[in-house]
Design a protein. Sequence first.
Length: 374
Amino acid sequence: MTDIHKGLAGVVVDTTAVSKVNPETNSLLYRGYPVQELAATQPFEAVTLLLWHGELPTADELAAFEREERALRPLDPRTLALLDTLPGTAHPMDVVRTVVSQLGACDDTLHGPGAWTDPELDLARARYLFAQLPTVVAAVQRRRRGLAPIPPRDDLDYASNFLWMTFGELPSAAAVDVFRVSMVLYAEHSFNASTFTARVIASTTADLYSAVVGAIGALKGPLHGGANEAVMHLFDEIGSAERVGPWLDRALAEKRKIMGFGHRVYKRGDSRVPTMRAALEVLLEESGDTGLAELYETLEREFVARKGIYPNLDYPSGPAYRLLGFDTEIFTPLFVAARVTGWTAHIMEQAAANALIRPLSAYDGPEERHVPQG
Ligand code: ACO
């Protein structure tokens, strides 16, 4: 009898030096550093360099990267034209996935022998996607509201510029910092479904854009990144704290999954949640939205009490993105902008010591048979 590992649960498929998830100690390390320490002290740009290169940058290295990243922010006219072509009804994840595909199709460095997997070119492509995605996501958000895109500013850091391009104004410094923290926490999480998808595609020696397009497809699902959007739909459906109890009774009787709870790896709570919960608290206090705060607390308390299943990162980040002013359908594209750092770090790691990822399956269809003659 062949051993089947449904969903690859518990299967170790390769080594990685990018991050370490330890559910026993409830910790997550990026290149050895606890994610909580990085979230407390580092700009997202520095965390990105850490994920790509393995070390935190020096001040000069960070400044050089910031200059480069700021210069790469503006969108190509072809991207703006594509955004105008796609229907306004398209889900923002589909729009972002399509734009990344177009960026690949328009990247002339992909031509020529060996160009798809050239390490230097891949790093340049990773930088390009990192810089472009906020401008794309901000433009998609504005378009949903019938507003023209706002060009990037080269005097603002990543997090501030992202919010500026989206809203045309900056929130409080504390709110900008909440957004930065969310980007750091979302940046990387070992062999999750989207990262593994990216590694599978990279393992065929296809190009980095193809791997990122595939990863975006995997992230869209509500069992993975789409959960931050799905959490907010749940909050809207429930409406208020006093409705949580009866709503939960019905949802559990119908065997519904409660979005934002549970994790394949963490069974005693997600290591990123306390940091994001504290960040959300800042926004809840600023907004004075006690209704949202009570709904959040009540759903968590009652669901944990009934099922013993804890919130994951999407639970606090969904309400935080709402309080920052984003549409619910933009939450997962924000996750894309952050996770592109982890994806590209893994794509480059895969390429550096590649083995085609090609598992086996146990056939359980009909025995061999033959097409009837005549
Ligand atoms: N709501 C209700 N029941 C749940 C939930 C949930 N959120 N999560 C797990 N369970 C239950 C399952 O129904 C199952 O019960 P059963 O044994 O009686 O059938 C049991 O717990 C085990 O759950 P599985 O789904 O088999 O466990 P798995 O490790 O495959 O699931 C997953 C992990 C997919 C994340 C799951 O917890 C889930 O669907 N959560 C909701 C979606 C979500 O929030 N995803 C975000 C993940 S984190 C991220 O991407 C940042």
